[in-house]
Ligand binder design. Structure first.
Ligand SMILES: [Zn+2]
Length: 458
């Protein structure tokens, strides 16, 4: 999605969430701690900020741009080099590495009960063109850091653990979609930034697009999925909070909106006899903004594109085409926002002797809430190691939204300085990266010891 839209969205959310009081479910956390309490001394195990930063810097060489970021689009040579580096790190951490049919890199560490479903954690290392050095990368380097810490402290888990670096996150969540059986044949034909189709790209990195069924995970195949990621917005940074406990990835719906009036001479048509599609569109834009603002909650609605026809200074616009996007964590809420907009549109259209038509596009992604017990586990992990945290939605898409379909899924955010992302200016401090890895470690350990089985229904 566009960076501007995204940043605006994040900012809005920040303001709206900022005035809400954080309510910490103390009782649930206490229960979780009691059940999945860390073994003696485990809370002292701590990720190495220097090692993580060194590795982020090393990874940043692959696809480095003069501006200080990376262009490491999926399937490019830079991506292949980055993947080789990650594979090497996984192997040196004694993980058993394989590439699945979707091209995802998976590194496995055996568990005491190796037949149990694995706990999967990781993120992606591909970037947008002209991207930064932290988006996705922190989650993969952080996941490997967790393995290093377990190795160094001779901790054996009950479940097998798997570190994942997903294929082509930025080009449409290709690797994670394939893993949950949602990468369509049509998607495989889409040409990626590398110039290859996604199908060709998957083959290029060692997968097999004809056998994506081999990469498929069904409900029950994974004990859990946990993704550490930079926030890519400014909420944590501005509020000076260490950790974001992600409540879910917002759903997105898009419409094409057509407003029809009548094109006419801008000089000879009196003001009271016009059917001006642009005037109707303008009122509608303001109404959309007002409706999304006035409703309680964190929904956002945006008109990001508008075009008038015929588009001449001396012609009253007979037609306007514009976009409408609605996002929220709650599908019913998204529908309610749209219903209100539609009601208002009818009123506005009639008042201006125009017509408004909404056509929904087939790009919707439903809201993907994270597992509520997982949220409590992440919150208690942060709490236990003395970090501040807050619950928050993710306005950006992530691999976690796919995995949430088949496994108890949690997501951990760390601050992005200035809220900047998809840019060479993207930055997250070594300390924040290490904080994130520590929370990931303790979350993995809590899940391993059965914390997901504790009901924390409020
Ligand atoms: Zn990402």
């Amino acid at each position: 999605m566009g960076l501007d839209t995204y940043l605006r969205l994040q900012k809005r959310m920040g303001l709206m969430i900022g005035i809400r009081i954080l309510v910490i479910p103390i009782i649930a956390i206490a229960a979780l701690l009691g059940f999945a309490g860390l073994a003696l001394g485990q809370e002292k195990i701590s990720a190495s900020p220097a090692r993580m930063e060194d590795r982020i810097n090393a990874l940043s060489h692959f696809g480095a741009t003069p501006k200080g970021g990376v262009s490491r689009v999926a399937f490019s040579n830079a991506d292949l080099e980055g993947r080789a580096y990650i594979t090497e790190l996984m192997q040196s951490a004694h993980l058993e590495v394989r590439i699945d049919a979707a091209g995802n890199i998976l590194g496995r560490r055996s568990g005491r009960e190796d037949g149990l479903p694995p706990i999967l954690f990781g993120s992606h290392i591909d970037s947008v063109p002209g991207g930064g050095n932290y988006d996705g990368d922190v989650g993969v380097i952080g996941a490997i850091e967790v393995i290093e810490l377990l190795n160094e402290n001779n901790i054996e888990t009950r479940h097998p653990l798997e570190v994942v670096s997903f294929t082509d996150e930025e080009g449409g969540l290709s690797g994670s979609r394939a893993m949950v059986g949602k990468l369509s044949k049509e998607a495989l034909e889409v040409v990626s930034h590398s110039g290859m189709t996604i199908g060709e790209g998957i083959r290029h990195v060692g997968g097999d697009p004809d056998r994506l069924d081999l990469a498929l995970k069904n409900p029950g195949d994974l004990a859990a999925f946990i993704e550490l990621h930079i926030e890519q917005g400014a909420i944590l940074y501005e509020e000076d909070i260490d950790i974001g406990v992600v409540e879910g990835i917002v759903g997105i719906r898009w419409w094409d909106v057509l407003i029809d009036g009548m094109a006419n001479h801008a000089g000879t048509t009196p003001m009271n006899r016009r059917q001006d599609a642009m005037v109707t569109a303008s009122k509608l834009v303001l109404s959309i903004n007002r409706i999304a603002n006035e409703l309680e909650g964190r929904q956002v609605a945006t008109v990001g594109r508008i075009q008038a026809f015929p588009g001449a200074p001396n012609v009253i616009p007979g037609r306007v085409a514009m976009s409408l996007e609605i996002r929220d964590l709650d599908a019913e809420k998204m529908q309610r926002v749209f219903d209100l907009i539609e009601d208002e549109a009818i009123r506005i259209a009639n008042a201006g002797s125009t017509r408004i038509h909404f056509e929904e596009l087939d790009v919707a992604s439903p809201p993907a809430p994270t597992n509520h017990v997982m949220r409590d586990i992440i919150a208690s992990a942060a709490n236990q190691i003395g970090l501040t945290y807050r619950r928050m939605p993710s306005g950006a898409g992530h691999d976690a939204q796919d995995l949430a379909l088949i496994a108890p899924t949690g997501m951990i955010f760390v601050p992005s300085v200035g809220g900047i992302s998809h840019s060479p200016e993207e930055f997250t401090s070594a300390k924040d990266m290490a904080n994130g890895a520590n929370v990931l470690l303790h979350t993995v350990l809590a899940v391993d010891s059965g914390a997901l089985d504790v009901s924390s229904d409020p």
